[in-house]
Structures are given as structure tokens and as C-alpha cells.
Design a protein. Structure first.
Length: 170
């Protein structure tokens, strides 16, 4: 059972971000991208799907795919998150056109500990041809993340809990 002090602390560390803020962050990522022209964008389900679509809109990329991967269960304490993410939709089924040599961008909403991006880099990139240029992006990174995406909008303290506009708040 959570004490009233724990609940108060958890609430104090929550920050809600608006749709306008997220749109601005995605536009910034798209505008600062300076690599080869992106042909396909992959959103990491669930959190990376909305940013992937917004970034695709700004980059004028028509092909958006998803990879189903999760590093934690809903409501799970930050410190207890798994080190090995669960892939429930892999690239070979979700993204049949990846690995055709065209540069791709992989997008997530946040790099907390970095487990999801690290896992993607170590395992899923193997599904993609060596001739394909892979770039990563997220809206936020935490200060102590172990994986810093190629592009991100803002770094946050590890204690801050982000509430995105597409998430339910209770």
C-alpha cells in the first residue's frame, strides 16, 4: 500500500505535456535532422507511434511502420523495469519493406533507462539490411539513460514522470 507521502511525491514529479508542446518537439526533431533523406519511419509501439506520425508529417515521409516492444508493464515502478524488453511485433512482420537500403528513422516517446533502444539496436537492427542507414529519435531522454538517440528534444531529470497528452490521467 502506497503511503500518502509516496503519493504526494509521485504527483509532484509528474509533468503533463500539451499537444502543442509535443507538436513543437516533433517539428524540431524533423527540422534538425541532417542525415540522408528518410524514406520510412518506424514508431515503437505504443509510446512512439504518435511522435512517429507527427515527425513523418513534418518530414513528408509517407511510410510509417511499427514495432511492438515494451520494457515495462503499465503502472510499474521505474526502478523495477525489465532489462530485456518484450517484442510482440517484430520487424519482419510489421515492416516488410525495411532493409531495402533506404534510410529509416526509429522513433520512441522517451528514453528512460534506454533499455528499449538498446534492445532495438542489438537485436532488431539485425533484421534490417546492413546497407540501410538507421537513425533514432525520441522526444525526451532521461539524464541517466544508457542510450541517447541520435535526435531528441529535451533531457529530463530521472525522477520526472512524463504524462503525454494521449495518455489517460487518473
Amino acid at each position: 500500500m502506497m503511503s500518502w507521502i509516496s503519493r504526494l511525491t509521485k504527483r509532484a514529479n509528474k509533468k503533463k505535456y500539451s499537444w502543442n508542446y509535443i507538436e513543437q518537439a516533433c517539428k524540431h526533431i524533423a527540422d534538425t535532422y541532417d542525415g540522408p533523406p528518410i524514406k520510412r519511419i518506424v514508431g515503437l509501439s505504443r509510446g512512439g507511434l504518435v511522435p512517429a506520425v507527427l515527425i513523418a508529417k513534418h518530414m513528408k515521409v509517407r511510410e510509417v511502420y511499427s514495432i511492438g516492444i515494451r520494457s515495462y508493464q503499465e503502472g510499474q515502478d521505474y526502478k523495477k523495469r525489465a532489462h530485456k524488453p518484450d517484442v510482440y511485433q517484430s520487424t519482419q512482420y510489421a515492416c516488410p519493406r525495411l532493409g531495402k537500403g533506404d534510410p529509416i528513422l526509429i522513433v520512441d516517446d522517451i528514453s528512460d533507462k534506454g533499455n528499449t533502444f538498446k534492445y532495438i539496436a542489438a537485436h532488431i537492427f539485425d533484421d534490417i539490411s546492413a546497407s540501410t542507414s538507421v537513425t533514432t529519435a525520441s522526444i525526451f531522454i532521461k539524464d541517466k539513460t544508457e542510450y541517447q538517440p541520435d535526435y531528441y528534444y529535451k533531457s529530463l531529470p530521472d525522477e520526472q514522470w512524463v504524462v503525454f497528452p494521449w495518455e489517460r490521467t487518473n
